[in-house]
Design a protein around this ligand. Structure first.
Ligand SMILES: [Zn+2]
Length: 326
């Protein structure tokens, strides 16, 4: 190890190469590799102007993007017991939390807010992937419950933006318990007759996909988002087979029927607005029968003959049995 590595960080900062500043001025697009002027990227809400790659977006920017005039009120979230297991890996869990709180300015991985989308009151909860990989611990469970309770109280739809690596291992079984808890939170919103919409963003994996992230009345996804339970590398190693192109990406899941729509960030607010208006109207009035004109999904024609075959066999069998009985 050279003596250079022992220099205190304060002194290092003074002699930081000027190149470090370029990070804030230019960003390299992970999709096409092009250098994008940061101001252009900000104006496009972190979407690459050349290849439409959707880069990560912070919760504040996300909320400002969907709510009218960028106005919203943060919902105060409960603060559960910190580090009940006194967990320690390379670092103490409490130190990890402190570090992430400083880095993100958030208390934990989820932020919830109330605002309006085209005049309709909406509760939105956003997961911040920068906070310990958006991991789901007790604080997140509490945040989801609080968001759901607020939605019910205000008779407002709940929109969740999921981004997570899954359960927070530092909380062991307590983090896994958040799967049923968040599911109950979602159920509460549904039982109140209010819409629950999920927007799956890059990446949504693990216990989050296995609970509230897949329970939306409508599940939207951002283009190119990785969505799955186990990651592609783990699956490939387990089944020892090459996975198809685009596996677990939003577009692949749309094709397979796991996701309802893939919506670009520029269209997100208008799409949410339309969905909320349709769903809220439907629930306030008497049950509306769906028009027959709704296009049937592609998979259906194939499914119908397959179902008919066994049914036909049964009817063939039935008279024979009758005859035998006679
Ligand atoms: Zn690009």
């Amino acid at each position: 190890m050279s003596w250079l590595s022992n220099i205190p960080p304060g002194i290092k900062n003074i002699f930081k190469p000027k190149d470090d500043n370029s990070d804030t001025l230019w960003t390299k697009c992970p999709g096409c590799g092009e250098m994008i002027f940061q101001r252009d990227l900000d104006a496009a809400h972190q979407v690459c102007p050349s290849c439409d790659h959707h880069l990560a977006i912070g919760p504040g920017e996300r909320l400002a993007l969907i709510f009218d005039n960028g106005d919203y009120q943060d919902i105060e979230l409960p603060d559960p017991v910190t580090d009940p297991l006194k967990f320690r890996d390379e670092k103490r869990y409490t130190d990890r939390l402190k570090e992430n709180r400083r880095k993100t300015g958030q208390h934990d991985a989820m932020r919830a807010a109330y605002g309006t989308i085209d005049g309709v009151g909406v509760v939105a909860a956003v997961q911040n992937f920068r906070f310990m990989g958006g991991s789901m611990g007790m604080a997140l469970g509490e945040a989801m419950l609080k968001a759901a309770e607020t939605a019910v109280e205000k008779r407002a739809p709940l929109v969740v933006f999921a981004a997570s690596g899954g359960a927070r291992m530092q909380e062991g079984i307590l983090s896994l318990m958040q799967m049923p808890r968040t599911t109950i939170a979602v159920q509460m919103v549904k039982e109140a007759g209010l819409p629950y919409i999920v927007v799956l963003t890059n990446p949504t994996t693990g216990g989050v996909t296995a609970s509230y992230a897949m329970l939306g009345d409508v599940n939207l996804a951002e283009p190119g988002a990785l969505i799955g339970f186990a990651g592609p590398r783990v699956i490939e190693q387990t089944i020892r087979e090459k996975l198809p192109d685009g596996f677990q990406r939003a577009e692949f899941l749309l094709e397979k029927g796991m996701v309802d729509m893939v919506v670009g960030r520029s269209q997100l607010k208008s799409t949410l607005s339309k969905l909320i208006r349709v769903l809220m109207k439907e629930r306030r009035q008497a049950p509306v029968s769906l028009p027959a004109a709704t296009p049937a999904p592609k998979a259906e024609p194939a499914a119908i003959p397959a179902q008919k075959k066994p049914a036909a066999k049964k009817t063939d069998d039935a008279p024979k049995l009758d005859k035998a009985a006679e």
